[in-house]
Design a protein around this ligand. Structure first.
Ligand code: FPP
Length: 252
């Protein structure tokens, strides 16, 4: 079902209350595999399949921005074997999905510091970002070596390394500084997050989109990521549209 059709069922929904940007913390691959006496890596493999499935559904549903947490700045603390497997899986996924982006008018974006990735993977990411940059149906963003604190710190560095006049900067209002920071975040070309879903039963943000999700609605699902399906996502989105988003204001 298209998003517009589904929202027709709800009256008084202003554009600011529409679901433009869905972000997902895909947690639970490891436990899914362990429950089946399999390696954590095999859980990630099934998790990657589900990335395809959920992305396709979001495309059909009409979600414009889908952002998925695939590898955090803290994930480097995992065993080397698991990190290597995740990198290989990511490389395979991007190579295999390349045609899907082109065929379906999907723009691919990466947020996070990909300088830490091995060169062929980094170039694959940059090439895909560049070759899909004009596509408009949906933006699928993968958060790769991403952490909010790292992103905000890099934005701060970008500002002070630019030709900005420091004396002039001191005359700015906090609102103007806020906009300057937002313009220098990795997400500078995306709207704020409307709905943030975390699978896997934990109720925390794990350094994900802290700035961008400041007025997001949250949904924590107990389902492990490989089992998370479009039926549950549809239910979560229906619940989202029943919530009242006031953005700090009061009802008129
Ligand atoms: C968290 O589950 C998941 C990750 C750290 C990686 C997410 C990766 C994928 C969904 C697959 C690869 C992605 C792409 C785009 C190819 P966990 O390992 O922390 O699970 P656990 O909490 O059960 O241990």
């Amino acid at each position: 079902m298209q998003q517009q059709e589904s929202t027709q069922a709800f009256t008084n929904i202003e554009s600011k209350n529409l679901l433009h940007h869905l972000a997902i913390i895909m947690d639970g691959n490891g436990r899914w595999a362990q429950n089946r006496k399999k390696s954590r890596q095999s859980g990630h493999k099934v998790g990657a399949k589900n990335v395809r499935n959920i992305t396709q559904w979001c495309l059909q549903y009409g979600i414009q921005f889908l952002t998925l947490y695939a590898f955090s700045t803290e994930n480097w603390n995992r065993p080397k074997k698991e990190i290597d497997a995740l990198m290989k899986l990511l490389e395979k996924y991007l190579k295999e999905e390349s045609q899907t982006y082109h065929k379906n008018n999907i723009r691919f974006r990466a947020i996070g510091d990909i300088d830490f990735f091995y060169q062929p993977l980094k170039h694959l990411i940059l090439d895909l970002e560049s070759s899909t940059s004009s596509y408009t149906k949906m933006t699928q963003t993968l958060a790769l070596n991403y952490g909010s604190k790292d992103e905000i710190s890099r934005a701060f560095l970008r500002v002070i390394k630019s030709n900005v006049d420091l004396a002039d900067l001191q005359t700015k209002t906090p609102k103007q500084i806020e906009s300057l920071i937002a313009q220098n975040l990795d997400t500078h070309d995306m709207p704020n997050v409307d709905l943030l879903v975390r699978t896997g039963g934990e109720q925390r943000l794990s350094n994900f989109l802290l700035w961008q999700a400041s007025y997001a609605e949250f949904y924590f699902s107990k389902t492990l990521w490989p089992d998370f399906d479009t039926k549950e996502l549809q239910e979560i989105i229906s619940d989202f549209y029943l919530r009242q988003r006031r953005f700090g204001a009061v009802e008129q």
